[in-house]
Write a protein that binds this ligand. Structure first.
Ligand SMILES: [Mg+2]
Length: 219
């Protein structure tokens, strides 16, 4: 038995879901969209912490949970080719599959459970919504609102090892650097970042090749 910890955006689905949800939020001006884009870039380049980038973008976009769920239904029909089969294969072999992401919990659960991952093994950003489903703020107690490393730190001791991380971003590779996963596979089908590939133990550019890589790492 082992654990595979999947990133979500640009891995299990072919896009960055948070960006799409923010851009689809109602009533945004061109200035708002430009500011959101700028904060996304600053966060990805590490100029400001992920948590600050996220909170400031959400404060501008004020997404609603209805938009989020509608996009979740759309995405669940369009996952990365082969993702559902690979997850089923891992599950049947007795391995634990997790999804950890900087995306919204509601969207992750909507898509992730339909990919075959149980809701209790899906962890993302938790938000507070008002009675009309409008965004109020982030749940400050949620470690994943700060970073994946902080979010996974409490969970890591409970995961059956070896633990293998799969992701496309610097925040995923950080799990390996922090010692929270034993191996890290850079998933490059949708986005290939040289620094992430350089720090990874292996690279996979499709779910089929990821299956082959995992076969060499899993007990
Ligand atoms: Mg990603």
């Amino acid at each position: 038995m082992a654990t595979v910890v999947f990133d979500f955006d640009s891995v299990l689905v072919p896009c960055e879901s948070l960006e799409v949800v923010l851009a689809r939020s109602e009533g945004l001006s061109d200035e708002d969209l430009a500011a959101i884009e700028d904060l996304t870039r600053q966060g990805m380049e590490g100029q400001i912490p992920f948590a600050e980038s996220l909170a400031r973008r959400l404060a501008i976009a004020r997404p609603d949970v209805g938009t989020l769920m509608a996009f979740g239904w759309h995405l669940a029909e369009r996952p990365t080719v082969g993702a559902r089969d690979l997850i089923r294969h891992l599950d049947e072999a007795g391995h634990h599959v997790w999804i950890v992401s900087g995306g919204f919990q509601e969207l992750l659960e909507s898509v992730g459970t339909r990919l075959g991952v149980p809701a209790e093994r899906i962890q993302g950003v938790r938000a507070r919504w008002d009675d009309d489903g409008l965004f109020l703020g982030l749940d400050e107690a949620c470690g994943f609102c700060r970073s994946k490393v902080e979010g996974l730190r409490d969970l890591a001791p409970t995961l059956p090892g070896p633990v293998i991380g799969v992701g496309d971003g610097a925040t995923d590779l950080a799990l390996r650097t922090a010692g929270l996963v034993d191996h890290f596979v850079a998933y490059t089908e949708h986005a290939r970042r040289e620094a992430v590939v350089a720090g990874a133990d292996a690279e996979a550019s499709s779910m089929a090749s990821l299956g082959e890589v995992l076969a060499t790492l899993l007990p």
